[in-house]
Structures are given as structure tokens and as C-alpha cells.
Write a protein of this length. Structure first.
Lengths: 196, 144
């Protein structure tokens, strides 16, 4: 459900005054988007908790929203922080936020993830006539941030700005990660004949 | 398979699951916020705190400072024009000093009690009104 600027401003004003109903109307429209962001950042088991924490924080800090970005972008930033907080609390592997746009040492493809030796390769999955498995195996071979960026863009339909807010990088970095991800994924799938 | 077709396949196979139902989510949310105070900054002057104030544009800030001075000057000029003798001609004369006959809707003299960069004068013969814009006024350093 899309709101006009005036409708959004009215709902924002009421929500800032403590109207939970107005807050719910305003933020329900973007809940599927936040759910997708949380799902990509923390996985299926924790994404509901992350969305709830995100909305609680947004409710408490709504007066700090100054309109310099869209409400969705602002909320994506909160969702990212909540996701990282949860990952740290639960002792999950440290979240890396380094830039992947810097040149690497020669011969190494920055977009490549070190594969799990137990996991099926794309070729093995393709041989088993399992296209979905082949795609999954190829996705697993992408670097985590490339895979997340690719899925947020191509599957979840987020804008570059929303992805930048959700992953804590600049828009240019989002674009370069997306470029690497598409190129790497395409090459992997071309090797097994899944794409031409 | 073409790349565009493969992307469609990926969107179909790897889409995120649906979020929990609306009523269940918001029911939990309402329970949680009932016990949570809002972080709402309160200004000491008691003004409304609906979000951070936006910086006012320069022209508005300058205008607010100049407005009282301009109003005073405009009123003074209107009084001088009103008290001027009946004009024989309708010609406009600027900066007319003592000894010259003031005509209708004429600025005879201007006294601005502050330093300024320039003056812009608008006259309306029909209403006999005169509007004076003083640019770059500095009320902190009064001049003559």
C-alpha cells in the first residue's frame, strides 16, 4: 500500500504523538520488505525477531526521522543494526564489513567464497538434473556479501539505496558487489550449461 | 536457458518466506510497546518536538532580522511622503534634498540608521506608497 506524501506525513505526525494504530498502518506497508532484509541477513530462524526489534526501535526513535531519506531506507538501517546485534549476541560468526572493491592479489577472484568441501558442486547438482540445486551450489560459492546483495536486488527487489542502508555500504559499493555477483554466478552456471 | 529466464527461476525458487500474519505481528508489537517509554526529545522551551528542525534558508533568516528595520523605514517614508506639499508635476525625484519641490510619490530623503550595502526603492504612484529594501543591513554597527 503506497501513501501520498501528505498521508504519510499525517500518519507520521500521529504516530509521533503515540498513536500505535497510525504507526501500524504506516509500517505494515513495508513489513514484507523488512522481513526479506532480515531473512537475508540472519536467516529463517531469527528474521521474525529482527523485524520485531526493528519496529520497536523505530517506534521509540520515530521523532529522530528527519526525512532526509525515505522511511523504508531509514528502517532498513535500523534492521541492519538489529540483525548485527542479534548475530553478535548469539555468538554467530563475526560479521565482516570490509569493502570488497579494493584490488586483490593477482589470480584471486574476490567474489569467490571458499566452498564447503562437503557441499555439492554446481556440476554435480546439474548432473543429477537438479537445476535448483545447481543454482544453490553456485550461490553458495559467492562471497557472502555478494550473495546477499544479489538476492536483495534480484529476488527481493530492493532499490540500491535500500540495499546500501541494509548492508551498511555506499550505493557504489552495492553496484560493484552486484556486478561481481552476477558475473561470477553467470560464469559458474555457464560452465555447467545451465545458462547461455 | 537464457540469463533472463534463469533469473526468473531464481526469483521463483529463492524468494523469502511470507512474514507472519498481520494481526499476530501487531498484537505482539502492541504488548511490547505498552511498557516501553518513547524516546521523544522535549525542548526546554516546550515547543513541539515532532522531529528535528530543518535549517531555515538563509534568505528567511536574513528576512526575519531585516523585517522590523524595513517596516520602520517604510513607515517613516510613508509619513514623509504624506506630509509632503501637493505636487505640481508627477515626476519622480530621488534623493531630493532641501530646496527642491517634492512631487507625488517621491522619495525625498532617506535616513537609514545602520550600515548597508545597497538600497532598492519601489514606488507606487497610484497608492502613493513607497517600499524601500535595504540589502546587507548591519544593525550591530549603526551608521548615519
Amino acid at each position: 500500500m503506497k501513501f501520498s506524501t501528505r498521508e504519510q506525513q499525517e500518519l507520521l505526525a500521529r504516530a509521533r504523538q503515540g498513536d500505535v494504530d497510525a504507526f501500524a498502518v504506516l509500517f505494515e506497508a513495508m513489513r514484507p520488505l523488512m522481513h526479506r532484509v532480515a531473512y537475508r541477513l540472519v536467516g529463517p530462524n531469527d528474521c521474525d525477531d529482527v523485524v520485531m526489534e526493528t519496529y520497536i526501535k523505530a517506534w521509540r526513535a520515530l521523532s529522530e526521522f528527519g526525512g532526509r531519506s525515505t522511511l523504508a531506507t531509514w528502517t532498513c538501517r535500523i534492521a541492519r543494526n538489529c540483525a548485527y546485534d542479534l548475530l553478535r549476541r548469539r555468538g554467530r560468526r563475526e560479521v565482516r564489513e570490509q569493502s570488497l572493491d579494493e584490488p586483490l592479489e593477482e589470480g584471486r577472484d574476490r567474489s569467490e567464497e571458499v566452498p564447503d568441501p562437503r557441499a555439492r558442486t554446481p556440476a554435480e547438482a546439474a548432473a543429477a538434473d537438479d537445476l535448483r540445486g545447481a543454482i544453490q551450489a553456485a550461490l553458495d560459492r559467492l562471497h557472502e556479501v555478494h550473495r546477499t546483495t544479489f538476492l536483495l536486488r534480484e529476488v527481493d527487489g530492493l532499490s540500491y539505496r535500500e540495499i546500501a542502508a541494509a548492508t551498511g555500504v555506499r550505493i557504489g559499493t552495492v553496484m560493484s558487489r552486484l556486478f561481481y555477483a552476477r558475473r561470477r554466478l553467470r560464469r559458474l552456471l555457464e560452465q555447467i550449461g545451465a545458462v547461455r | 536457458m537464457k540469463w533472463s529466464t534463469l533469473l526468473e527461476q531464481i526469483r521463483h525458487d529463492f524468494s523469502a518466506p511470507e512474514p507472519p500474519p498481520e494481526d499476530r505481528f501487531w498484537g505482539r508489537f502492541r504488548e511490547r510497546v505498552r511498557a516501553i517509554p518513547r524516546i521523544t526529545p522535549v525542548r526546554e522551551d516546550g515547543a513541539s518536538s515532532n522531529g528535528p528542525r530543518r535549517a531555515r534558508p538563509v534568505w528567511l533568516r536574513v528576512g526575519r532580522v531585516l523585517a522590523p528595520a524595513l517596516a520602520a523605514v517604510a513607515i517613516a517614508l510613508l509619513l514623509r511622503v504624506h506630509q509632503a506639499p501637493a505636487p505640481e508635476t508627477d515626476r519622480r525625484q530621488f534623493s531630493a534634498r532641501a530646496g527642491k519641490t517634492a512631487t507625488l510619490s517621491t522619495v525625498e530623503d532617506i535616513d537609514v540608521l545602520m550600515d548597508y550595502d545597497s538600497v532598492f526603492i519601489v514606488e507606487d504612484p497610484k497608492s502613493r506608497g513607497t517600499l524601500v529594501w535595504i540589502l546587507g543591513a548591519n544593525s550591530a554597527t549603526p551608521g548615519g
